[in-house]
Design a binder for this molecule. Structure first.
Ligand code: FES
Ligand code: FES
Length: 214
């Protein structure tokens, strides 16, 4: 018995049968076939979009982080958090990890001018944003005014929360050189201090603001 001719009127083919030919063979007119083909194309495009960007890993990944003004090359597992990369790979242990789940802000660092909790940030997601840690606040031997004020006002006890607290207060002064007490309270509202140093943190930050405005 003679076989049906293979349709060749569509660029969309699979094996020897075109999609349009199949739809026509199923009893649809040219208009219906065209509509269905358009729908199938839309589904294909949506599936491609849902697939998202190419995955990295599971092996180690080469990344370069811009940390405190220096390009630092790392070879890390994709699951490495920014806090782990800073502390374990780069030896920048000023950034503290306390809760390791995004609830205490001890691990706060800056990505460009945005505060982030580094225990909840994957190092491979940092990209070319500038990372500033507590080690990067001072200019050589000259401490940041907030660091000076924390020392002067004795605004720390065990010190675990202190680097994150200082980062939050320094970022506040950067965006608001004349903060009110409520502004300072708000700025450190996510920084948990189990030792209860808040009153001294408020005093220190307001004092640092006064010094910075001179
Ligand atoms: S250690 Fe990152 S939020 Fe607590
Ligand atoms: S100084 Fe101890 S947790 Fe804040």
């Amino acid at each position: 018995m003679a076989e049906d001719p293979v349709p060749t009127d569509s660029p969309v083919t699979s094996g020897n049968v075109s999609r349009r030919g199949f739809l026509k063979g199923a009893g649809l007119g040219a208009a219906g076939a065209a509509i269905l083909e358009t729908g199938l194309n839309a589904v294909t495009e949506a599936s491609t979009a849902l697939a998202g960007p190419a995955a990295v890993g599971p092996g180690r990944v080469a990344v370069t982080l811009n940390v405190n003004g220096s390009a630092r090359k790392l070879d890390i597992e994709p699951r490495t958090t920014l806090a782990e990369a800073l502390r374990d790979d780069l030896g920048l242990t000023g950034t503290k990890v306390v809760c390791d789940r995004g609830s205490c802000s001890a691990c706060t660092v800056l990505l460009d001018k945005t505060l982030v909790v580094s225990c909840m940030t994957l190092a491979i997601d940092v990209g070319d944003r500038a990372v500033t840690t507590i080690e990067g606040l001072a200019k050589g031997d000259v401490l940041h005014p907030v660091q000076e004020a924390f020392i002067e006002h004795d605004a720390m006890q065990c010190g675990y929360c202190t680097p994150g607290m200082v980062m939050s207060c320094a970022a506040l002064l950067d965006r608001n050189p004349s903060p009110s007490l409520d502004d300072v309270r708000d700025a450190v509202s996510g920084n948990l201090c189990r030792c209860g140093t808040y009153p001294k943190v408020f005093d220190a930050t307001l004092a640092a603001a006064r010094v910075s405005r001179r």
